[in-house]
Design a protein around this ligand. Structure first.
Ligand code: FES
Length: 161
């Protein structure tokens, strides 16, 4: 395995391990730390985490693919996540997703996350963001936005400049 992490990050992860009774319990925090450092979680990184925590790679892969906050590929500086689950879909989230894709020159029908060629924006559908009464709901990185109508969508984009 050619993947390596910097010694200071490994020391940080080793210290983190001391807070958990079982190595496996540190999996999510390890993944957050790896993603914060590398910007995404590669297959090699998953294998590294699995070996470090004495788990099988599938144990880590299932976490990375289940939780939408983890990315297997690099994402843009501004990651726009639009909820597409039922309440938001009925409230207009597909139009909202389409709006962003059109504005940014992305294909709204393509599967999965779309990133602009300059690496500035990623637009992606995600499942329920747990605010179903205030749809359409979206996030830009860690910021939450509710009732995003077309004019609010423009404000959201303007704040990304
Ligand atoms: S359906 Fe969109 S937040 Fe729940």
């Amino acid at each position: 395995m050619s993947f390596a992490i910097p010694a200071n990050l490994e020391a940080e992860l080793d210290e983190l391990l001391t807070h958990y009774p079982h190595k496996r319990s540190a999996s999510i925090m390890f993944l957050h730390a790896i993603q914060e450092h590398f910007g995404h979680i590669s297959n090699e990184a998953m294998e590294w985490v699995a070996a470090k925590l004495q788990l099988q790679p599938i144990n880590i892969y299932e976490l990375v693919t289940f939780y939408p906050m983890f990315h297997q590929k690099p994402v843009g500086k501004y990651h726009l996540k639009v909820c597409r689950t039922l309440s938001c879909a009925l409230a207009g989230s597909y139009k909202l997703h389409n709006h962003f894709c059109n504005k940014l020159g992305l294909d709204s029908h393509a599967h999965g996350a779309q990133t602009t060629p300059d690496g500035k924006y990623t637009v992606e559908f995600v499942e329920c963001l747990a605010s179903c009464g205030t749809g359409p709901v979206m996030m830009v990185n860690d910021q939450f936005h509710e009732k995003v109508d077309p004019s609010k969508a423009e404000e959201v984009l303007a704040r990304c400049k």
